[in-house]
Design a protein around this ligand. Structure first.
Ligand SMILES: Cc1ncc(COP(=O)(O)O)c(C=O)c1O
Length: 392
C-alpha cells in the first residue's frame, strides 16, 4: 500500500481520532468503572467519535426542541433499506417490526411473546453474559448448548438441548447470537438453515439477537436469520447500537418473519412507548446515512484484528486467538498462561488492564477473557504490553 493511501486511510479511521486524555473525560461505564491507571478494553463501547450524520441528526433535533415522544416508521424504513444494500436482503417488512427500548429489553419481550414463566431458553455458551441475567429476570430457564471446539454451533449438542427444552411439551425458545458475542463468529447460511430446520422439527421458536450485524469485516457477509429457508416463524432483534456506538442513545427493533407477524402484533403498547425519540433519530440516521463511516470503522477493525494477532504471537504466544470476521470483540483462550480460571482478575490486578472475565460467559468461559479491540492501535498495543508484564 502506498504511503499516501495508508495516510488517508488512517485519517478516515474513527478508531484513530481520540486521544487517551479525551477518552478519560468520558463519563460512560467503560471509562468510569476502574481507576485511571487501568486501561479499559472491556464493555462493548467503542473509542470513536460519533459518526457525523448521527451527530448532526441529534444536534438538529436538540436545536429544534424535538425531544418529545417518538412516532412513525423512519427507523424500520432506514433499516430495511440498509438490509437491502448491505446484505442483499429485501425481506424486512416495516409492518412486521416493532420499536423496543433497546435490544435486551426487546429480547425479553420476544421471549414473553413466545414462552411462559419457567419455560426454557436455549443459548450457545460461551455467550454474552446478560443472556443469562435477562432471561432469568424474565422468569425463564436457561438450557446451555455449548459451542464446539471450533467455536461454531455444535448441532448434536443443540439438538439435545432442544429435546431437553421441549420435554413435557412446554414451549421453548432458542436465543441465537448472530454474529456471536464473544467469539466474533459469523454463522453461515448453511448453519442458519440447519438451525431453522432443527427448530422447526422440535417446535422451538428462534429469537436471533443480530445487534452486531453491521460489524462484519472485509471478505465476509452477514446473513440475516430471517432470510434463510423455513425461518418464517423467527424473530430478530436489530439495532444501530453496536455498529455506531449508540448505547447511550437507546433504541432497537423487533423484526418478525412472515409467520410471526401475529406475535409482533401482540407486543404491548407499553413496550414500544419505552423507546427514546432521540435514540430513534440517532439510529435512523446511522442506518440511513452512516454507511461511509461504518466502512472506515470496519477497515480499522480489520487492521486491529491483524495487529492483535501479531502482538499476541510476539508477546504472549501461548494465548490462543482465532479472529472471527465479525464484532469488535476478541475471545482469548488464556489457559496456557497459568493464571487460573479467571485470568481477567489477575490481568486487572497486576497488569492494570481491564478485560471481561470469561467466567461470566457461561460454560466454556473459564480461563478465557474477552478483549474489546474497538480502540486505537496504540492503546491496543499498550494493552497487550500490560498483559505481557503479568507473565514475564
Ligand atoms: C449480543 C448483544 N446483545 C445485546 C447487547 C446490548 O444491547 P442493548 O444495549 O441495545 O440492550 C449487546 C451489547 O454489547 C450485545 O453484545
Amino acid at each position: 500500500m502506498s504511503g499516501t493511501h495508508q495516510g488517508s486511510r488512517d485519517q478516515a479511521n474513527p478508531l484513530r481520532q481520540l486521544r487517551l486524555d479525551q477518552l478519560r473525560r468520558r463519563t460512560s461505564v467503560k471509562w468510569r468503572e476502574y481507576p485511571d491507571d487501568v486501561l479499559p478494553l472491556w464493555v462493548a463501547e467503542m473509542d470513536v467519535p460519533l459518526a457525523e450524520p448521527v451527530a448532526r441528526a441529534i444536534t438538529d433535533a436538540v436545536a429544534l426542541g424535538d425531544t418529545g415522544y417518538t412516532a412513525g416508521t423512519a427507523y424500520p424504513e432506514a433499516l430495511a433499506e440498509f438490509a437491502r444494500r448491505r446484505w442483499g436482503w429485501d425481506g424486512l417488512a416495516v409492518e412486521r417490526t416493532a420499536l423496543v427500548p433497546d435490544v435486551m429489553h426487546g429480547v425479553v419481550e420476544a421471549l414473553r411473546l413466545l414462552t411462559g414463566p419457567g419455560d426454557a431458553v436455549v443459548v450457545n455458551c460461551p455467550v454474552y453474559p446478560p443472556f443469562y441475567g435477562f432471561v432469568g429476570h424474565a422468569g425463564r430457564r436457561i438450557v446451555e448448548a455449548p459451542l464446539g471446539d471450533d467455536l461454531r454451533i455444535d448441532f448434536g449438542t443443540l439438538e439435545e438441548a432442544f429435546r431437553v427444552a421441549r420435554s413435557g411439551g412446554r414451549p421453548a425458545a432458542y436465543l441465537l447470537c448472530n454474529p456471536h458475542n464473544p467469539t466474533g463468529v459469523l454463522h453461515t447460511a448453511d448453519e442458519l438453515t440447519a438451525v431453522a430446520a432443527l427448530a422447526g422439527r422440535y417446535g422451538v421458536r428462534v429469537v436471533a439477537d443480530e445487534i452486531h450485524a453491521p460489524l462484519v469485516g472485509a471478505g465476509a457477509r452477514f446473513v440475516p436469520y430471517l432470510s434463510v429457508p423455513d425461518a418464517e416463524h423467527g424473530l430478530s432483534l436489530m439495532s444501530a447500537s453496536k455498529g455506531w456506538n449508540l448505547a447511550g442513545l437507546r433504541g432497537g427493533l423487533l423484526v418478525a418473519g412472515p409467520a410471526a407477524a401475529g406475535d409482533v402484533a401482540r407486543i404491548p403498547f407499553e413496550v414500544s412507548v419505552g423507546t427514546s425519540h432521540l435514540g430513534v433519530i440517532a439510529h435512523t440516521a446511522a442506518f440511513r446515512d452512516g454507511g461511509d463511516w461504518l466502512d472506515a470503522l470496519l477497515t480499522g477493525l480489520d487492521d486491529n484484528r491483524r495487529l492483535l494477532a501479531a502482538l499476541l504471537a510476539e508477546h504472549l504466544p501461548t494465548v490462543r486467538y482465532r479472529p472471527g470476521p465479525a464484532t469488535y470483540l476478541a475471545w482469548l483462550d488464556c489457559r496456557g498462561l497459568g493464571l487460573g480460571d479467571d485470568p481477567a482478575a489477575v490481568l486487572l490486578d497486576r497488569g492494570r488492564v481491564a478485560l471481561n472475565s470469561g467466567l461470566a460467559f457461561g460454560t466454556g468461559g473459564a480461563g478465557h477473557v474477552r478483549l474489546n479491540l474497538a480502540t486505537s492501535p496504540e492503546l491496543l498495543t499498550e494493552a497487550v504490553r500490560r498483559m505481557a508484564t503479568v507473565v514475564t
